[in-house]
Each structure stands twice: as C-alpha cells, then as structure tokens.
Design a protein around this ligand. Structure first.
Ligand code: PLP
Length: 371
C-alpha cells in the first residue's frame, strides 16, 4: 500500500551506474587534473559536438552561464526581443548582460515566440531575437531568420529543452547564431550541472571560450571574462551518461506513445507530440476548461492528491515577475496568447522509468476524467 503513495515528480535524473563512473574518477584522481579543460572535458566536448552535429560547440559549467556568455560573445547591445513563456534563466541572462528584454507574444500552435509579432517590436535599439524552443518544439526558425536578415539582427536560441531536436532532419543548432543546451540534472542529457553552446561562427566560439575562463588568452587577461568552466567530474558523468542516453530516449519514446494514446480520447486536452520533433524533454498538455469540465489548476490538484507532481511550467510569465516590470519594455496586456496558455498548460511526469513504475497510476486518473 505504501508503494501507492510514492511521489512521482515531473522528471528524475538519468544517472549512470557508479561502476561506470568510478574508473574515470580514479583516473582523474591519479592525473590530479580536475578542471580547466582536462582530458574528460575535451573528450565530452568533442563527443557532443559530433552527436549534436555542431562543429563549433563549447561546454560550460551550466546552461545559464552558457547563454549569458553567448549573448556577451556576440557583442549584443540595447534591446532583445524575447518570449515571456520560459524559465527565468532565459530572461535574467539578458539583464546580467545589460540588455533590455522586450517581450513578444507566443504562437498559439507552437507556444514559441510568434514570428508575426516580432517586427512590430523592432526599434533602433534592437540587436537580437532570443527564441526558446520550448518543450523542444522548434521555433519558426526560417521566418525568424528572414526577419533577422531584413533588420540585421542576431538570433540566439535557448535550446535547453531541445537536445537532439531537429527541424525537418536538420540539427536544431544549424539555425541562429548560437544555441544553448542545458545539461542540468532535470534535462534529458545531463552532467549534473552543465551547459553547452553551438556557435555558428568559430570566432565567436573563440571569444566565448576566453570569456568562460576569466577572459584569459594563453594565461594573460585579454577581455572581461567570468568563470564558467565545466570540471572533470561533470564531464565524466556526461561521458558515462552518453552510453545510456539511447536507452533513455527509447523508453521516453515509448512513454510518449502511451501518453498520446491516453489523451487521444479526452476532449479538452491538447497534446504536442506531433510537433515536438525528436525532443523527449517534457510532455506538456493544454487544458480546455470548457470542454474538459475542469480547469488546469483543478487537474493539477487531482494529480497532487495522488502524490503525482505535475508542473505548471512556465507559470508565471517572465513579464509578470516583480523585478521584470521595471526592466522590460512591453506590457503583458500585449500578449493575449501567452496569458491564456500560461493558465492552461501542465507538464506531465516524463522520464524513462515512469512507464515501468508509476504510469499506471496516472493512467487510472486520466481515464476517470470526463470524456
Ligand atoms: C533549465 C533551463 C535553463 C537553465 O539551464 P541551467 O543548466 O539549469 O542553468 C535555461 N532555460 C530554460 C528554458 C531551461 O529550461
């Protein structure tokens, strides 16, 4: 019976067996080289560059600093047009980089920044568009690039959820000047904490590589930097995790199919599987309260009563944060789609092991919902 009440969280970290990690730790200990671009850091950087098909790929201590440095290395100034429907890190990076966020509404189908709303927000001060491939759903990368070309803007993507996503077979990081991937424990592929950026221009990568190491060039200060290096322990966990990534992806794929089947016949719940590309990061659902007979908050509490911790990602909108109201330029009244979505969205628990352990409980609850 106690098993019935086991907590089910929205995700659980993919962890390699300790047997696999220990020999690498022993090797790191014997080398006494534990950070600063060591053997395992360089190996993981190369392996991820190949896996993501991103020739100018750089590792960082976490995704947030990775994004911050990407913005700095691109030399952005002034205003950046950004989605309000994301995790705080996306937008706080802008503030740390001295840039002004200008919030743009989202598209009702993709939930990503709405390309047709971008142009109206461009001013003399605009230097870039920062899109988020939210839940791994690709932004409208082609339209965004057209706008950027027309106004000579840079394009940066927060691809924290888009590890291995593609757009019609093209790796997602082919689009934009830089794409950040988060390698945090809650993300599909993790190094416990960690991040990476795929840069388009090798010269920008070279600047970022100095920036993450105090701005040093061959040991001498050259530009303003910070410390955002990935250490050898993080890299070793990543290397070990690469070996189980395929199995985790397969299990998540199966889980996705089961969720699709489960929600298919529930009127009032929309799923996103058809547009999620290869992303296996989250399983979001959008509630239509009129059709379902419950609103999102009620549905969330129905799950919670059974110790199933669905999450209202990404509520509230970034434009609603108390500290954003004074910083950002656009008011959230201008974002009707984002304001609606943020009330109706819910992320279901999603990780490989769930299918074997816990999914039946979710299924039983969903099947009881009004058809
Ligand atoms: C997780 C996440 C980040 C931050 O990445 P960290 O590696 O945790 O710093 C940034 N943006 C989005 C959309 C995220 O989900």
């Amino acid at each position: 019976m106690s098993d019935e009440l086991k907590d089910i969280f929205v995700t659980q970290p993919m962890l390699p067996s300790l047997d696999h990690v220990m020999p690498m730790l022993e090797d790191i200990w014997s080398r006494k080289y534990v950070t600063n671009f060591g053997h395992y850091h360089n190996l993981l950087e190369k392996q991820l560059s190949e896996l993501l098909d991103a020739p100018h790929f750089s590792l960082f201590s976490n995704g947030t600093l990775a994004l911050l440095i990407a913005l700095k290395a691109l030399g952005l100034k002034g205003e950046v047009i950004v989605t309000p429907f994301t995790f705080p890190a996306t937008v706080t990076c802008l503030e740390w980089a001295g840039l002004t966020p200008v919030f743009c509404d989202i598209d009702k189908n993709s939930l990503c920044i709405a390309p047709d709303k971008i142009e109206g927000l461009i001013t003399e001060e605009t230097s870039a568009i920062l899109g988020v491939h939210v839940y791994g759903i690709p932004c409208d990368v082609l339209k965004i690039q057209q706008i950027a070309n027309r106004y000579e803007l840079k394009v940066v993507y927060d691809g924290a959820h888009a590890f291995m996503s593609t757009v019609n077979g093209t790796p997602i990081s082919d689009f934009g000047d830089a794409t950040m991937f988060s390698l945090h424990a809650t993300k599909l592929f993790n190094t416990i904490e960690g991040g990476g950026v795929a840069f388009k221009d090798p010269e920008v990568k070279a600047i970022a590589d100095k920036m993450k190491n105090f701005g040093l060039n061959q040991g001498l200060p050259e530009i303003t930097g910070i410390n955002a290096k990935m250490n050898e322990l993080q890299a070793a966990v990543g290397i070990a995790n690469l070996d189980i990534l395929g199995a985790e992806r397969q299990n998540r794929q199966k889980l996705k199919v089961e969720y699709d089947k489960l929600f298919k016949n529930i009127k009032g719940i929309r799923t996103f599987s058809d547009i999620m590309s290869e992303s296996l990061q989250y399983y979001p659902i959008l509630v239509n309260p009129e059709k379902l007979g419950y609103d999102r908050d009620r549905l969330d509490s129905i799950f919670r009563e059974e110790n199933i911790f669905t999450r209202k990602y990404f509520s509230p909108l970034c434009s609603e944060y108390p500290y954003m109201k004074n910083i950002a330029k656009s008011a959230s009244q201008d974002m009707p789609v984002a304001q609606k979505v943020v009330r109706d969205i819910l992320c279901m628990p999603f990780y490989g092991e769930l299918l074997e352990d816990g999914f039946e409980r979710i299924k039983a609850i969903v099947q009881k919902l009004k058809k």
